[in-house]
Design a protein around this ligand. Sequence first.
Ligand code: FE
Ligand code: FE
Length: 256
Amino acid sequence: MSDLRNYKIDTPQYKFYKEMHEKVGLEYTMNMRKKYSKYDKCKMSIKKALSMMDDFIDPSDPDLDVPNSIHAYQTAERIRKKYPEDKELQIAGLIHDLGKVLFSYGEPSYCVVGDTYVVGCKYPDTIVYYETMKDNPDYNKYDDKCIYKEKCGLENLIITFGHDEYLYGVLKYNNNLHKMTDRTLNMIRYHSLYPWHTGGSYDDFMGAGDEHILKDVLEFNSFDLYSKEDPIEITQSVKDYYDKLLDEYFQGEMEW
Ligand code: FE
Ligand code: FE
């Protein structure tokens, strides 16, 4: 695993995070939340969103240079290998990045992908490329007047908007059109919050039950990390398997 998530300076990833950190603070995040709180952007099935991933390559990820649809199937397949009976978890693997359809609305990369962080509180140095946070509009602003109370709970934190929060919101909003439970929805919601799940920051804000979410997200993350040494071939029969699973768990067109 040590050769993954290797972030060097003067790479496309550095430039990506530098721009993100310069722009995305509390106010920006609130505006994005508002912009995407109506679910009036389009109507489409989960399968349609999955097919759109054929065209997306994540610019923030130093380990991924294949279309996101391949990453989706590979994540699901890694889960199926370990948990052949847990269909919902396999689907979570398959769909976890579908919030990246934000790209198709013309959103810039830093509103769609990349590691997320909590806004409205002191920025921990576990944020990737932390040195670029000094140009953030909120740098130093919330060091002593953090907007959260201790143990307020993960769900009350305002986390930078991206594909995690967007898909979580879509699935919550269209709750009657699928059978996914809160357990897997939370894995989707927090999978990019690296300063928390891997960096160990934001501990003080965790509330009752959040430790279970952390455990789930950490395990989910182990399936999400791409490994070039372990390429999983996505055959037609693999695609057919997930096609049937999606029919079982989703119906109709959701509002996005
Ligand atoms: Fe992701
Ligand atoms: Fe992913």
